[in-house]
Design a protein around this ligand. Structure first.
Ligand code: NAD
Length: 456
């Protein structure tokens, strides 16, 4: 898209925002209802685009993209009005007589930048939260999932008035140009590398940011875990979308004593879920492009436990297990594909120390029957969010909030957390004419004493 065209869209957004059309929740509600209806109308197009870009099946597309987006809209339709009301809070006695309020106000024009791996859900959910809070939004979806980006553009254009929500298609160049403009809020989902660029550019204009980034998410399995159930849920979370999931277990970190049995269970589970020939499974997603396919192929080396076969024409790689340690190539960076290294520990202390010596993960999973072990990982490791005895499902549902910390991100969204992310709360004290005179000059010993009585 041409720079001039982008500038015109931004100008239109500013005008729209200043017009105050979205000041009341009733207007936002109408727009969100239209979005819900139009997603349903375009459901087939969305399936087709997800199939084309990633070979996602309809079930997977609904479960992890469309369904989650619809449920976030429903949540905001149900709760947004309540969130949009001004909230009275207690006034300190020193201000007597007065009333204090927090007034939720939209930031203004929000830039949402999304990635290719869940290209629909990761675009729609931030839009829903931002619109519910009364903002205008420009979405820049990923150029790497072009079919979904086009469907998003069509959907947004048939749903929202120009200036309310708009889509700018393009890649790095367009994104850089957008980041050079003065937005009121930037919501970025993507890699840690680009997240750093976004934050640097935002700093130029003091623009607040939410960064939803990635990293290596450990999946701990201790010796007390139910190994069959653990294997089932690890295989689900890891190989959904062929491992191209920010919260997928990046590696299994298991007690040495259970390693062999766990590997047998995971192997059996892969066959149960994906069949003996996963490359022929029509519902098994592919790697997004040749570049990503080649990176994944590069991990398949002599430490192979199972899988490792690939099909270059369809860009599919089998669910693959590797025997690894922290020095292995597969353990140096986020994997983002169907490759699962298995790493072992001798005891819990060692495991916690090791996890804490790496960047703070977006997610951590712990499989264990021991409450003490569960509690230790939850309290002694820093990470964005996670599950006990399951994987990835904490991203679904509007009540938990979702986000990382440090290298895995900052800020969060979904539900009330998302509404708050896109809201500035004005703090207001409303006073009458009556006055307590102690704050005014000239000061005296008595005034000093009274102030000390009130403020302690
Ligand atoms: P990416 O950072 O390469 O791209 C994200 C967006 O940034 C795209 O829209 C792209 O056009 C734009 N972009 C790319 N390079 C840019 C540059 N130099 N300057 C300005 N903009 C640029 O990420 P990706 O490859 O699309 O997605 C994969 C990454 O996203 C993984 O690291 C994954 O963990 C992470 N991710 C995180 C979450 C989360 O919720 N935390 C969700 C999905 C993916």
């Amino acid at each position: 898209m041409e720079s001039q065209e982008i500038l015109e869209i931004i100008e239109k957004q500013r005008k729209f925002h200043r017009s105050g059309q979205m000041r009341t929740f009733s207007e936002r509600r109408k727009a969100l209802k239209r979005l819900y209806k139009n997603i349903k109308l375009k459901e087939k197009d969305i399936y087709a685009a997800l199939k084309k870009d990633l070979n996602k099946s309809e079930v997977e597309s609904y479960m992890s993209e469309i369904g989650l987006s619809l449920s976030e809209i429903r949540f905001m339709l149900r709760h947004g009005r309540k969130y949009s009301r001004k909230k009275r809070v207690r006034t300190p006695i020193a201000h007597f007589p007065a009333r204090s309020y927090k007034i939720p106000c939209p930031y203004g024009c929000v830039l949402v930048i999304s990635p290719w791996n869940y290209p629909f859900m990761l675009s729609i959910e931030p839009i829903v939260d931002a619109v519910a809070a009364g903002n205008s939004v420009i979405l820049k979806p990923s150029e790497i999932s072009p079919s979904v980006s086009q469907v998003l553009k069509d959907l947004i254009e048939m749903t929202f008035e120009r200036g309310h929500v708009d889509v700018v298609l393009g890649g790095k160049e367009e994104c850089s140009f957008l980041l050079d403009q003065d937005f009121d809020y930037i919501f970025f989902t993507g890699s840690t590398r680009v997240g750093k660029i976004v934050m640097q550019k935002a700093a130029e204009n003091f623009t607040p940011v939410t960064l939803e980034l990635g990293g290596k998410c450990p999946c701990v399995v201790d010796r007390s875990a139910d190994l069959k159930l653990s294997a089932r849920r690890i295989v689900f979370g890891k190989f959904l979308n062929a491992g191209q999931t920010c919260v997928a277990p990046d590696y299994v970190y298991c007690d040495k004593m259970v390693k062999d049995k766990l590997i047998e269970e995971i192997k059996a589970e892969i066959v149960r879920q994906y069949g003996k020939e996963p490359l022929k499974n029509r519902d098994y997603p592919r790697l997004v492009n040749k570049k990503q396919f080649d990176v994944m192929k590069g991990f398949v080396k002599d430490n192979l436990i199972c899988g490792g076969r690939f099909d270059e024409s369809s860009l599919k790689i089998e669910p693959t297990l590797l025997e690894s340690d922290f020095d292995s190539e597969s353990m140096q960076d986020e994997i983002f594909g169907p490759i699962l290294p298995i790493v072992t520990f001798d005891n819990i202390d060692e495991a916690i120390e090791k996890i804490n010596s790496y960047p703070k993960p977006l997610a951590l999973y712990v499989f264990s029957k021991s409450k003490r072990v569960q509690k230790r990982f939850l309290s002694e490791c820093d990470f964005g969010g996670g599950c006990v005895n399951d994987t990835i499902i904490h991203i679904a549902g509007s009540r938990l909030g979702f986000g990382g910390l440090k290298q895995s991100g900052m800020g969060a969204y979904h539900g009330k957390t998302g509404f708050d992310t896109f809201t500035h709360y004005k703090s207001i004290v409303k006073r009458g004419t009556l006055d307590l005179p102690m704050r005014y000059q000239p000061y005296s010993k008595l005034k000093y004493k009274i102030i000390k009585m009130f403020l302690k």
